[in-house]
Ligand binder design. Structure first.
Ligand code: HEC
Length: 191
């Protein structure tokens, strides 16, 4: 009898925890599961995930050539939430809740034993995109066309300086519209 009581209490406790997980602080339903909820609050405000370098998957890098001299002036390193690579390989889509992080580095370029080499130096900041298949935040100007979009200066990973993705981001991503606005050809693990 006691074991049954203890089991009942445990189950009741678990359902309280589950309810707390499913509902955000404002009492509104949480819009995403745990990994994505750490990046997006219930109003659609985004932040840079604290642990992306250790827990996310690396998709690839971009080197932006320096003007009129050898080497690259910027390097971009792109990460995605755990599970993105396997899911994308299965059906060619980024699943709802996928978070993409693009680091933007200024570089240092010097001769090395392999040639003239640029390496990541100062971090300028991050571009973040969060996949949204259901149109969760129709009032928020950083959300639309299936994604949340935001830039963060290196000084403040918690508060974006972007105000409107249509002005701040979208025009530059039109060449990638057919691949869900993402430049997928730069990411070997997705192939
Ligand atoms: C000047 C043009 C330009 C602007 C403005 C721009 N992007 Fe991009 N973005 C690109 C290009 C080109 C790439 C891939 C090549 C690279 O990184 O150099 C890219 C890549 C990305 C990636 C990596 C995933 C991918 O699409 O390959 C993310 C995430 C991203 N951008 C988010 C944003 C967000 C969010 C904004 C607005 C706050 C934004 N971008 C504004 C041109 C731009």
């Amino acid at each position: 009898m006691r074991i049954v009581d203890a089991l009942g209490a445990t189950l009741a406790g678990l359902s309280v925890i589950a309810a707390a997980t499913a509902y955000g602080q404002a009492g509104t339903p949480s819009q995403y599961g745990a990994t994505t909820a750490a990046v997006v609050d219930d109003k659609g405000n985004m932040r840079v995930p604290a642990d992306y370098r250790t827990s996310y998957q690396m998709l690839g890098t971009w080197a932006v050539a320096a003007d009129g001299k050898p080497g690259s002036k910027e390097m971009h390193v792109v990460y995605a939430t755990p599970g993105t690579i396997a899911a994308y390989r299965k059906d060619g889509h980024f699943p709802d809740g996928t978070v993409l992080v693009k680091e933007v580095f200024k570089t240092a370029t010097k001769p090395m034993t392999t040639g003239t080499v640029s390496s990541a130096d100062t971090l300028a900041g991050w571009f973040i995109m969060v996949k949204d298949d259901v149109g969760r935040f129709p009032e928020n100007k950083l959300w639309g066309d299936g994604w949340g979009w935001a830039w963060f200066d290196a000084a403040d990973p918690k508060k974006t300086t972007s105000t409107d993705y249509k002005k701040d981001c979208q025009a530059c991503h039109i060449p990638a519209k057919a691949s869900d606005w993402i430049y997928t050809h730069g990411y070997p693990p997705l192939k």
